[in-house]
Design a protein around this ligand. Structure first.
Ligand SMILES: Nc1ncnc2c1ncn2[C@@H]1O[C@H](COP(=O)(O)OP(=O)(O)OP(=O)(O)O)[C@@H](O)[C@H]1O
Length: 674
């Protein structure tokens, strides 16, 4: 086939693959992920900009290493400088060996004369090996420390950032990219050491070459430049291709995944979706192959061109060397050493270009890491404030408003209400009316954008937020199913915070745990310990059925782990809330997954909690349960539209009464078999 014919066929194959992607995905398949914010950045990196960034990259790595482990950094620096010195020394000793060997006289005498220099070459070889090992050991100590320090710093800041910032789309994307920054920090140390090794080696060979003859140094650079150009060109081309084809490859992977996926299995087989997907998969894979072939061909051409240019430069260098020897400007021994030095130096220059490019890529993620840390610090939950001596008799909201960043309408709009201590306050309203948002504001999770919250008359912005959190238990419908043991899943409700630099510990059940304090006959009241909390929430039956009881891992992805049903999880969550033993319980659809019997029991216990002095904010759509609330607030589009007791609200005949009657009618006059 002619070259043109081959090119046309490749173009057709690529077009067919792209068409398949278009048919299945409607075009690009772009992930909304911070990692991809640096798309195309490396394409901008030319040979000159590569070298321009060098000092900045080395300085950034040195700063990281300095903070993580100064001793290891000093060890690496000393070992690398030592390697440079021994490298130069070894070259000079080699020169001496050659001088002695090329001198006039009988061979045994020349060899004898060369022996001291040969010994020096051997010793410097041994010292170089020792220094390389020392540098590797120190780097091995430094790199994980840098990564760990970066990870801990980021996670510490992120775990303290305001929830609203954490939910902000831009911060979320930045954080995704910043997470790569911790790995990038470690890699950059490796790159920086590679750069340092190359620079030191270059300095050593450069010095030796200049001593031998000043013209040799520029000649060495001349040999390396085409190689460096070729390497940068190949890297840029490949990177650009990866960026151009990233969506296509993602589409291809997506199809591949579905072909073998358990969930897609029935349709793949029964509906014949497999044949359809395979057809497109083949076309997409062929397009990817065509692109790979194009790349490999282009790389071969570049490599050939750079090798030819480097060969020309090498020819010129060796001609100049020959001329220097011929005209007596340098001797044979020096030219032999120069050949050796040039070989070492060109290798070092190649390594330098490669390492700077790699370090540059890492530095982009490190930049995101720094930005994410700065934003997390700026939006951190404030530490300190007025101590919360006791839970207030009344929490009062005055014209509280809150808007999510990407929404025009406020989620909570000028809401004023009172939450009395030891009462059940129900928040009801249609989906999206602002109930959960309002509860999160009361919990201190979101700061209102307008209005204020008063704890017995004290503005809650003046209170120590950690102490506010300490008095709140969240029993939410979007609970966390921790991939931990059953015991840890409950105990995490009140994990002891990090103290005196020791690792955080989950609390042991407090005094009077289990059966003694809360037997079957003592369902009312907040029990002390783990087993008692489980019994109170009726999670004990769930635990009893687990193969290793409390020690069972609640995640089926791990060997020995088990999966719980939605209702079983909800009981565990209730137990977590009880174990937390907080004065304000925010129960957001706490029974949505429970069966009828368990739901009734749960509401009885919520009532009991309030009777014991706990304050409960209950969010539920099951209006039969709101009858037990002392006060009901009805929200609509973020505004408070009705309030009162169940009886009062029914009498008002408003939205609550309508919704209640609709639910009641379902039971009375629900669909019947005709
Ligand atoms: N994290 C968020 N980011 C942006 N908008 C949000 C977020 N959470 C909620 N909203 C929006 O705020 C409004 C109020 O939501 P909220 O969850 O408070 O309502 P709700 O009354 O609890 O709803 P539901 O009964 O469905 O649980 C809705 O319009 C919702 O889409």
């Amino acid at each position: 086939m002619t070259r043109r014919g081959r090119r046309d066929q490749a173009a057709e194959t690529i077009a067919a693959g792209v068409e398949s992607g278009q048919e299945l995905f409607g075009g690009k398949l772009d992930w909304d992920d911070g990692y991809f914010s640096h798309r195309g950045a490396a394409v901008e990196l030319s040979l000159t900009s590569t070298f321009r960034r060098l000092p900045q990259l080395v300085a950034a790595s040195a700063r990281l290493a300095w903070r993580a482990d100064r001793v290891a950094l000093a060890m690496v620096a000393a070992a690398e400088i030592g390697r440079g010195v021994t490298g130069a020394f070894s070259l000079l000793a080699t020169n001496q060996v050659l001088i002695q060997l090329f001198a006039a006289g009988p061979t045994p005498g020349r060899v004898r004369a060369a022996l001291p220099a040969l010994t020096a070459v051997a010793i410097s070889g041994i010292v170089t090996a020792l220094l390389r090992a020392a540098s590797a050991v120190a780097a091995g100590r430094l790199e994980p420390k840098v990564e760990r320090a970066a990870e801990v710093a980021l996670m510490t800041k992120v775990s303290r950032v305001e929830q609203a910032t954490l939910e902000d789309g831009d911060f979320k994307r930045l954080l995704q990219s910043a997470r790569w920054g911790t790995d990038a920090a470690r890699r950059m140390i490796g790159n920086a050491i590679g750069i340092a090794t190359a620079l030191v080696s270059l300095a050593a060979t450069g010095t030796v070459l200049t001593v031998l003859h000043p013209v040799l140094l520029p000649l060495m650079v001349l040999i390396t430049l085409p190689q460096a150009w070729g390497a940068v060109r190949d890297a840029r081309r490949r990177y650009a291709s990866v960026q151009r084809w990233i969506d296509h490859n993602r589409q291809q992977q997506e199809v591949e995944w579905h072909l073998g996926n358990l969930g897609s299995g029935p349709e793949i087989r029964v509906h014949g979706a497999g044949k359809y997907l395979l057809h497109h998969y083949r076309r997409m894979a062929a397009a990817s192959e065509a692109e790979e072939t194009r790349l490999v061909r282009a790389e071969a051409v570049t490599d050939l061109a750079s090798a030819a240019l480097a060969g020309l430069a090498a020819g010129l260098t060796y001609t100049v060397l020959g001329w220097l020897v011929w005209t007596g400007r340098t001797d044979l021994a020096a030219s032999g050493t120069a050949v050796l030095a040039i070989r070492i130096g060109t290798g070092a220059l190649g390594q330098l270009v490669q390492q700077v490019q790699a370090a540059y890529k890492q530095s982009l993620f490190l930049g995101d890491y720094d930005r994410a840390c700065a934003i997390a610090e700026e939006h951190a939950i404030p530490v300190g404030g007025m101590a919360v001596e006791r839970f207030p008799d009344e929490i009062r909201l005055e014209k509280v408003s809150y808007s999510y960043p990407d929404r025009d309408a406020p989620a909570v709009d000028a809401v004023s209400l009172t939450i009395p201590r030891g009462k059940i306050v129900a928040l009801v309203g249609e989906n999206g009316s602002g109930k959960t948002t309002l509860a999160k504001i009361v919990a201190g999770l979101y700061r209102p954008h307008a209005g204020r919250i008063l704890w017995d008359g004290v503005d809650d912005t003046e209170l120590d937020r950690d102490q506010v959190f300490d008095r709140v238990a969240l029993v939410s419908q979007s609970f966390v199913e921790w991939p931990f043991t059953a015991a840890a899943n409950v105990r995490i409700g009140r994990a002891v915070p990090e103290a005196d630099g020791r690792r955080p510990v989950l609390p042991e059940p407090r005094s009077g745990d289990a059966a003694e304090s809360a037997g079957p006959g003592a369902p009312v009241g907040v029990p002390d310990g783990l087993t008692a909390a489980a019994r109170y929430a009726e999670a004990d039956q769930v635990v009893d059925e687990l193969p290793k009881k409390w020690d069972t891992l609640l995640d089926r992805s791990y060997v020995g782990g088990v999966a719980l049903s939605g209702g079983q999880w909800q009981r565990m969550l209730l137990a977590r809330g009880v174990f937390r033993d907080a004065e304000l319980v925010i129960a957001d659809e706490p029974t949505s997954a429970l069966d009828a019997k368990a739901e009734i029991a749960a509401f009885t216990k919520i009532r009991a909690l309030a009777d014991r002095g706990h304050t409960v904010i209950l969010i539920t759509h099951r209006l039969a349960s709101t009858r037990l609330a002392d006060r009901i607030y009805v929200l609509d589009h973020g505004r408070l539209i009705e309030e009162g007791t169940h009886t009062e609200l029914l009498a008002q005949g408003g939205q609550y009464a309508t919704a209640y009657r609709m639910q009641a009618d379902q039971y009375d006059t629900g669909p019947r078999a005709g």
